[in-house]
Write a protein that binds this ligand. Structure first.
Ligand SMILES: Cc1cc2nc3c(=O)[nH]c(=O)nc-3n(C[C@H](O)[C@H](O)[C@H](O)COP(=O)(O)OP(=O)(O)OC[C@H]3O[C@@H](n4cnc5c(N)ncnc54)[C@H](O)[C@@H]3O)c2cc1C
Length: 417
């Protein structure tokens, strides 16, 4: 196999890679999207999609598909785990739409991946290479060559003008060699059928329950047919496996001191899957030469701000915008869009590409680092013990929902330049 040397290779077809491939192709590039799995099957359950990300997908024409598959919750309701006391309600729904011009949504990950994949399949400029693992890159004067291996062990080469590593937290292609750091927490996830949903979890809301050393999040999926339930608890050592079955007895014990509602909610889950949670310290080294990274490969974060996938979507939009002028230059020799004078040699074109990749990284670094740090801080806010939890609860119950929402303006109000 040999890709066109002017095409961009995107490694990894998670939410970040799918979005980047789509937006790069819309910017005028041919794209090879390489994924080691043979099928698109997003592990996990629900995702919250805040306006900074939903706006990008809507602008890319995915609004109708999103509104068929996603739900717009009315608020985030924060409660105390011990006695179900209502502490605050941060308005979402219309308030968010009016404030930020795009909706706050919740959606099943497989539905989001599916609608992105449908859009990717509709782009003639994207070559989808499933069942191929990227195993090494060689940069040379004409660009770079990527070594691939198929699931049957067949080796091949792919030429490209740049490589985007969207291969997740354990990326083999992002330059940072710092290993992911274990957070000391594990997320337990379950999907509860509508009939088994406890009373307090029936509203079209994101529920956030706070307690010492643990928290619970739940929201409706699939038009309310399912309840997405996440319980985060402390874990001494990370366990093997990205998504492993969880022992119901263990999670029941972890919430034994919580109030009736939390315990009923935990008991309503038919089965659990567990994820030991990792992140990395913010880093500015996302790429080198003709290689850059995005999403979890560049800035893995804890899920306590619900932003990992959202920021991967933002990365795709910024990358496509920074590289767009080069798509025109690259296609100039073939005469398709040749309004801009093309740089004369391959080396010059590579230099331009490397510069554009560094501009993308500079644009993203501060924002994603802030989100990584804020996600970590939320551990202390959510899991506080007395007396800190008393101060937190007082602050929450005395703050208006609008004021609490305004604290996220920096995050949800972001727009691609
Ligand atoms: C419990 C939990 C809850 C979360 N909730 C939210 C939320 O509500 N909102 C939100 O925005 N985020 C949330 N996140 C974070 C979000 O899931 C991730 O940040 C996001 O999925 C990262 O996407 P990605 O495309 O960067 O990487 P990934 O999803 O990890 O995709 C990487 C892809 O690369 C492929 N790959 C890897 N190596 C190779 C290779 N060598 N060759 C080819 N392919 C390769 C993999 O198979 C995979 O498909 C949550 C995370 C967790 C754990």
């Amino acid at each position: 196999m040999s890709g066109r040397p002017e095409s961009i290779a995107v490694v990894g077809a998670g939410i970040g890679g799918l979005t980047a491939a789509l937006l790069l192709s819309r910017a005028g590039f041919t794209v090879s999207l390489i994924e080691k799995r043979t099928r698109v099957e997003e592990e996990g359950a629900g995702l919250q999609l805040s306006p900074n990300a939903s706006r990008i997908l809507i602008d890319a024409g995915l609004g109708p598909a999103l509104s068929r598959r996603a739900t717009a919750p009315e608020c985030v309701r924060i409660r105390r785990g011990r006695d179900a006391r209502d502490l605050a309600a941060i308005p979402l729904g219309l308030s968010v739409k009016e404030r930020h011009g795009a909706p706050y949504l919740v959606i099943h990950r497989a539905d989001l991946a599916g609608l992105l994949l449908d859009a990717v399949r509709g782009e003639p400029r994207i070559q989808l290479l499933y069942g191929r693992e990227a195993r090494g890159i060689a940069e040379h004067e004409h660009g770079l060559t990527l070594s691939l291996r198929s699931e049957r062990g067949v080796e091949s080469k792919l030429d490209a003008c740049a490589l985007i590593a969207a291969d997740g937290i354990r990326s083999a292609h992002a330059p940072s060699k710092e290993p992911p750091r274990f957070s000391g927490f594990c997320a337990w996830r379950a999907l509860v059928p509508a009939a088994a949903k406890p009373e307090l979890a029936r509203a079209r809301e994101v529920g956030l329950w706070l307690g010492p050393g643990a928290h619970l999040v739940h929201y409706p999926l699939k038009n309310g047919d399912l309840l997405n339930l996440v319980a985060v608890i402390e874990e001494k050592r990370p366990k093997e496996g990205w998504s492993r079955p969880g022992d119901a007895k263990m999670i029941t014990e972890a919430f034994a001191d919580w109030g009736d509602f939390a315990r009923t909610l935990i008991a309503s889950a038919p089965a659990w899957k567990c994820w030991s949670l990792f992140d990395r310290k913010p880093s500015r080294q996302w790429g080198n030469g003709l290689v850059t990274s995005l999403g979890d490969a560049a800035h893995p974060m804890l899920p306590f701000l619900a932003q990992g996938a959202a920021l991967a979507i933002e990365d795709g939009a910024v990358l496509a915008a920074k590289l767009a002028p080069l798509a025109k230059v690259r296609s100039a020799p073939s005469g398709r869009k040749g309004s801009i004078t093309a740089p004369s040699g391959a080396t010059e074109r590579s230099t331009e590409m490397a510069r554009a990749l560094r501009r993308y990284e500079r644009d993203r670094a501060a924002r994603t680092a802030r989100a990584q740090r804020e996600a970590r801080r939320n551990v202390f806010r959510y899991h506080a013990r007395p007396p800190l939890s008393i101060a937190r609860d007082l602050f929450l119950s005395r703050s208006s929902g609008e004021k609490l929402l305004a604290r996220y303006d920096w995050l949800y109000g972001w727009r691609p330049a």
